[in-house]
Design a protein around this ligand. Sequence first.
Ligand code: PMP
Length: 411
Amino acid sequence: MTIASSMEEAGFRPASRIASIGVSQILEIGRKAASLKAEGKPVIVLGAGEPDFDTPTTIKDAAKAAIDRGETKYTALDGTPALKRAIVEKFRRENGVDYTTDEVTVATGAKQILFNAFMASLDPGDEVIIPTPFWTSYSDIVEICGGVPVLVPCDGAAGFRLKADQLERAITPRTRWVLLNSPSNPSGAAYSAEDYRPLLDTLLRHPQVWLMVDDMYEHIVYDGFDFVTPAALEPRLKSRILTINGVSKAYAMTGWRIGYAGGPRDLIKAMAVVQSQSTSCPSSVSQAAALAALTGPQGILAERRESFRERRDLVVKALNEIAGLNCRVPEGAFYAFAGCAGMIGRIKPDGASIASDRDFTDYLLDSAHVAVVPGSAFGLSPYFRISYATAKSELEEALDRIAEACGRLRR
Ligand code: PMP
């Protein structure tokens, strides 16, 4: 065989580090919804993880001004000095945590922060404890970085929150990190100071285990929920906590791609090494926009929170009125995570039975033209997630259709 023909026949072989990572169910459902839409079906998509609001005008203006000033070049590797100072000030003002500018880092979205952190810290076989349900990217990023996700189921009865005895049991000599997300995507559950306390006490007894917290939805909390972050609650752990945040959800800036974190200097430095060989720096213009977001008027946060709360109430009430579904009232984020155990085993009009949450969400898409995401995508079944960052009229229509479709299922 010639070298040329052997090359032709070889085809593409994915690297082993990504071979076990499947296509996201969320993407698959999105594709199916798009093709139904293209056929002219009136599909309502409640799958998106982004606010439906536009980025505030003051933030857009700051980006335009940055372009006009010529801020269109590479910036400092992990954030402009001005943005880093604003982040230090944000952590102090909103969270009561003191970081210095060399203890904060900026990246192309919180997603890249997670990637940099795991890439910089995991050796093959190192374990990361992730309570389920979890944002789908967590386990995939851990795997790409050579780590082993250790999934710990936390169902609705436990408020979708990890408990100290579960954490204790999950810790092994290979545990490097525990990853907590409050409020959570997909469950909307949040940890109060009382919820965090026993977990932090457990971590104090295991000095080799570090804590990564994803505070992305910090500003989207309801009913006076008092948001807290572990680095503020337990100063003795601060030297092994990475506090992740970003502007995507709070300021409706998903497309600008700016996330940031505060943590111990050596970790932050190692994350910069990873970033230096991937993106070199976050976008200069987006950093100017993020600076305006963090230092500008903050009234928008409360306004939008109120609008999300109205929609949360509407969605949770409607879901709980459907026999066979139940939905815990989430403390935050813009997701409702409903249990659908009551639908498993029911018979569809075509005679087939619903065997899983994925079957149920496929049925809702096919028969009610409503796209939602099954719990299996987030590591916990049988549940499904509705993103309510959508106009109220669409939500009402979608919930009517879901109720009707559920009514057509036979026992
Ligand atoms: N964390 C959580 C919990 C999220 O839901 C998301 C976005 N879906 C992110 C992090 C990533 O946000 P970004 O990369 O846009 O900053």
